[in-house]
Design a protein around this ligand. Structure first.
Ligand SMILES: [Zn+2]
Ligand SMILES: [Zn+2]
Length: 414
């Protein structure tokens, strides 16, 4: 048990080691969605007691992911940014006492039970840079590791404590989770570290998906793509030049988190000037995302399939697409029509209007912008559900004109 001498301090282990429970077990992401009251469950451990975060003291709703002791102790920490930062900090302090060299960090990655300590170890490896390249095989294994949220001694029984099936993303219960947030963040961190250690080969393998174990796993694809995005952020986007087309394909991936990651990566890499090959994919994706439904092929029943569950994610995706097109300049002129419709249609955020106007200007579609300065409501197509569409409000019309006008003026000054 780590550092038992802390237990003799007044604050105890709980006071000095926030990332462990009072008994020194690691706090890892868990959900208590299926943790229930009933036979042989002590009252203190059942759901008649609401769990509070031990740091901020807020209640944690029963189905939310939290950091908890898997051995059954009662400590819980919520995943709010503040609390998450505090526990990670505490894990970093524990790691700093024990492990300093690359070899020691590798051992920690292999043997440590606490996800937070492993996360701290990955952070240290990243800071060491290329001198930590010997850790690549371990990092690769961690990135591909399959986390089973059902792997628990109650597996298959009604009292399984750790169940992702009824678990929601904190703050937003609209879409199902593939992985608890903490595990997902760890995977992404590992992928980012691999990218910064100049091991894009590993990310490439995960993306191209030649390995059948990896091919069907969206969480691995997402992490690999976000690793490439980090290259862009660090101003090393050109190292991902040979993967641009693969990223373009990922824009129409069947899983929305992967699509969001791909758009983000292209946006981050675009300033390096290597993303021209992605232009047709970006235009296609922008056109495609106007509709939220795909028709299934006849063989599968021909019913509409919803493409986006995550409305906020979809907005981010579209903004990233437009920003990436904006960086492409003249080679994005095929995007003029969908961009103009983003600028002028009713249900758009103002961030999107301004981004679309900017992208139109950068791609040289000045005619579209000029048209938009005199924008007025044009009745769209009618259908049986909306026989008489409402006219656009004046504030929307004003905003479209203002965005177009301001953007035009700005580029004519240049
Ligand atoms: Zn908290
Ligand atoms: Zn415990």
């Amino acid at each position: 048990m780590p550092q038992m001498h802390d237990a003799t301090h007044a604050a105890g282990v709980a006071g000095t080691q926030l990332h462990r429970c009072v008994k020194g077990h690691p706090l890892n992401p868990v959900s208590m969605a299926a943790w229930q009251e009933g036979w042989s469950v002590p009252r203190t451990q059942s759901f008649s007691q609401v769990r509070k975060c031990k740091i901020c003291k807020h209640d944690i709703p029963r189905n939310w992911v939290r950091l908890g002791c898997e051995k059954g102790c009662q400590d819980s920490v919520c995943l709010n940014l503040n609390c998450a930062a505090k526990v990670l900090d505490s894990a970093k302090r524990e790691l700093a006492v024990k492990h300093r060299t690359v070899a020691e960090l590798e051992t920690a990655l292999l043997e440590e039970e606490s996800l937070l300590v492993k996360e701290a170890a990955v952070d240290s490896l990243r800071e060491l840079g290329t001198s930590a390249q010997s850790a690549t095989p371990i990092l690769e294994k961690l990135m591909l590791k399959e986390i089973s949220h059902k792997d628990d001694r109650f597996q298959g029984t009604s009292s399984s404590r750790n169940s992702i099936r009824h678990t929601f993303l904190a703050n937003d219960g609209t879409h199902p989770l593939l992985e608890y947030q903490g595990c997902r963040a760890f995977r992404v961190k590992v992928a980012v570290t691999l990218a910064l250690l100049r091991e894009t080969r590993v990310l490439e393998d995960a993306l191209l998906g030649d390995d059948p174990d990896v091919a069907g796993r969206p969480e691995v694809r997402e992490a690999a793509i976000l690793g490439l995005a980090e290259l862009g952020v660090q101003g090393r986007g050109s190292e991902a030049a040979h993967l641009i087309e693969r990223l373009g394909l990922a824009l129409s991936d069947e899983v929305e988190t992967v699509r969001i990651a791909a758009a983000h990566a292209l946006r981050c890499i675009a300033p390096a000037g290597v993303t021209e090959a992605a232009a047709p994919f970006l235009v296609e994706a922008l056109r495609d995302s106007e509709e939220n439904y795909n028709m299934a092929p006849e063989s599968m029943g021909g019913m509409p399939i919803r493409k986006w569950q995550d409305a906020e994610g979809r907005r981010l995706f579209e903004l990233d697409l437009v920003a990436a097109l904006s960086c492409l300049g003249a080679s994005a002129n095929a995007a003029a029509e969908p961009l103009a419709s983003r600028l002028a249609s009713t249900k758009q955020t103002s961030a999107m209007r301004w981004a679309a106007a900017e992208a139109l200007a950068q791609s040289g579609a000045l005619e579209e912008l000029r048209k938009a300065t005199e924008h007025c409501h044009r009745p769209g197509k009618t259908d049986i559900l909306h026989p008489r569409p409402k006219p656009q409000s004046t504030s929307v019309i004003e905003e479209v004109r203002r965005a177009a006008q301001t953007t035009l003026e700005r580029i004519s000054v240049k």
